[in-house]
Design a protein around this ligand. Structure first.
Ligand SMILES: [Zn+2]
Length: 231
């Protein structure tokens, strides 16, 4: 075993400088690419933190199985990434604009029982994914939801209505989130795209909010708080 080769190999001062430069470029690229992917971070991790972990992981990975990559180069990568991390955290603390640029801002998905369609599209957040999360929060239909926000760490915050304020709303369980088959002028229907809930003139009526023409029968009763539908 040649210890000099393991630690240093042929690392020149120039190549060390090149590594610093490559790190900065790659670090910026990772953040930009993640930010542009439109996806939120892994649970509890902001994109920025994920970028740190990916960079560290990748720098840690290469010297493990490449016999011509000395450990000192990975150490330089680590040092640069940690310094960038410290510096970026400092900037985030100092500037709200910078923080929003880097981590995004919390986004309303539901307001007053209605879906904010533009924001959902912008976040590339699928209805399936979103409904699943609401169901995990013991929500059965959107009439129960005062507001739901997608946080910057990818978590969903749900603020339900108090029992007495629950309204008719779009059902989110697969059995009920379905195009209505029977029409009744005294039944509430909910737009399947935006959650708009109202009486409609026919099953092909256009939603006044989003112009969609798909209606599901609205839900009111929910098991979790045992409210009976009222007439
Ligand atoms: Zn609609």
């Amino acid at each position: 075993m040649d210890f000099i080769k393991i630690i240093l190999h042929d690392t020149s001062f120039n190549f060390a400088l090149e590594i610093i430069f490559r790190c900065i470029i790659m670090f910026i690229l990772i953040i930009i690419f993640l930010r542009f992917s439109g996806k939120r971070g892994v649970r509890q991790l902001s994109l920025f933190e994920l970028a740190i972990i990916l960079s560290l992981g990748s720098a840690a990975g290469d010297p493990m199985f490449n016999d011509d990559i000395p450990i000192v180069q990975a150490l330089i990568v680590f040092a640069v990434i940690i310094l960038l991390y410290r510096f970026t955290t400092y900037l985030i603390m100092k500037s709200d604009t910078f923080e929003t640029m880097l981590e995004g801002r919390p986004m309303y998905i539901v307001k007053e029982g209605l879906l904010i369609v533009e924001d959902i599209k912008q976040e590339k957040y699928s209805y399936d994914e979103f409904f699943a999360e609401l169901r995990q929060n013991k929500i059965e239909h959107l009439g129960q939801v005062k507001s739901a926000l997608l946080e910057t760490d990818g978590c969903l915050s749900v603020i339900p209505y108090a029992k007495d304020n629950i309204k008719w709303g779009l059902p989110i369980f697969p059995d009920h989130y379905q195009k209505a088959k029977r029409f009744d002028s005294k039944t509430y229907y909910s737009c399947m795209l935006c959650g708009q809930t109202q009486f409609i003139s026919s099953l092909n009526a256009q939603c006044p909010r989003c112009k969609c023409e798909r209606w599901a029968e609205s839900a009111f009763y929910c098991e979790s708080n045992s409210i009976q539908p009222s007439d």
